[in-house]
Write a new protein. Structure first.
Length: 359
């Protein structure tokens, strides 16, 4: 029960605008859960409701089995790491980490011991006397983490703490932070707008849209089976098509999107004559040479090439649609704009999506 979180029908409005709408979410003790979504989706407001910086208008906020909705931040078993680390420039590293313990009037010997252990956890042993302005961005982030961890919270809340770091350091800190969480077996709730960051670090991801949790699940499950257009688009399904179901034949749904025709594995949700949305990830579209006779392939023309180092994205115009095809650097073929190709959407790669805004 220690470190468990339960949100039940939580809502919060600001001036008539619903920032969080009837959110219910469970987080298991020791789990790393990420709130993922674009700016304004409600993820930071939800984190602030957990931290106690905001009070919910409706619903329950339970941490370790206790309803904390009416408690101020300092009386909750949580601590928060912010995007802007809010370190004290006039204090050294040890002083920053010790701040919370001093506010609690802990004995000096206990403070020294706890500060040393916290700095060791974040790989800053020996930095106690360093000035804050002598630290790199990554070191400042570690100090902020140590300051939060030294108080031994049951839950650690992290509001885009890696956003200010450069790409290389950010990738390094993602791994370090996840490894730290696994060593501590502490509940982490992490906020980010970065899809890759969420997929790399999390045990579970909750994708938020317009104040609600639109879909939640393990990273691989979300990536493989997004349920709505919003989630699919946010997780990188760039080929989204509005289709009509022509018929169901031998486990395949025959679909048309304008002049484009292709098949999808029937998951039980397709109905002949109905319209729906589907998505196909760029890396699962196949690009064939002109004249290839594979069944279901459509003639197309290369409109653009986007070189991304580890892969190349091709924009191919086929049957009136501009579709994105991703090829790995190892498998990419030399092609030019205007080159004729054939394009195949494999049935097993087609994802049926909800066409509304909700789940």
């Amino acid at each position: 029960m220690r470190g468990a979180i339960r949100l039940v029908g939580v809502g919060k409005s600001f001036g008539g605008t619903e920032a969080v709408r009837e959110v219910s979410l469970d987080v298991a003790p020791g789990e790393f859960v990420t709130l993922l979504g674009p700016s304004g989706c409600g993820k930071t407001t939800l984190l602030r409701l957990l931290a106690g910086f905001e009070t919910p208008d409706a619903g329950q906020v339970l941490i370790s089995g206790r309803d904390v909705a009416g408690l101020p931040p300092h009386r909750r078993p949580v601590n928060t790491v912010f995007q802007h680390y809010a370190l004290f420039p006039h204090q050294d590293v040890a002083g920053n980490v010790a701040f919370g313990l001093r506010m609690q009037k802990r004995p000096a010997a206990e403070i020294r011991d706890k500060v040393a252990r916290a700095l060791d956890l974040v790989q800053l042993a020996g930095y106690e006397a360093r000035r804050v302005d002598e630290l790199s961005g990554g070191q400042k982030q570690r100090v902020a983490l140590a300051r939060a961890l030294v108080l031994e919270p049951e839950v650690l809340l992290l509001d885009e703490p890696l956003a200010a770091l450069d790409a290389k350091l950010r990738a390094q800190m993602q791994v370090e932070l996840k490894n730290l969480q696994e060593r501590l077996q502490m509940t982490f709730v992490f906020v980010t707008h970065d899809r890759d960051e969420a997929l790399i670090m999390s045990d579970r991801v909750a994708v938020m849209n317009a104040g609600r949790v639109e879909q939640e699940g393990a990273p691989d499950a979300l990536y493989d089976r997004p349920r709505t257009r919003f989630v699919a688009d946010f997780l990188g399904v760039r080929n989204l098509l509005h289709v009509r179901v022509l018929r169901i034949d031998e486990g395949l749904a025959q679909l048309e999107a304008g002049r484009l025709r292709f098949a999808a594995r029937d998951d039980g949700g397709y109905r002949a004559g109905a319209e729906t949305w589907v998505g196909v990830r760029p890396e699962r579209v196949r690009l064939l040479a002109e004249g290839a006779s594979e069944a279901g392939a459509e003639d197309g023309v290369v409109e653009d090439e986007i070189y991304l180092g580890d892969r190349t994205d091709w924009v191919v115009r086929a049957a009136g649609h501009a579709l994105v095809v991703a090829e790995s650097a190892r498998g990419a073929q030399p092609r030019g704009r205007g080159e004729r190709v054939r394009l195949l959407l494999p049935p097993e790669a087609v994802l049926r999506l909800a066409d509304g805004d909700g789940v």
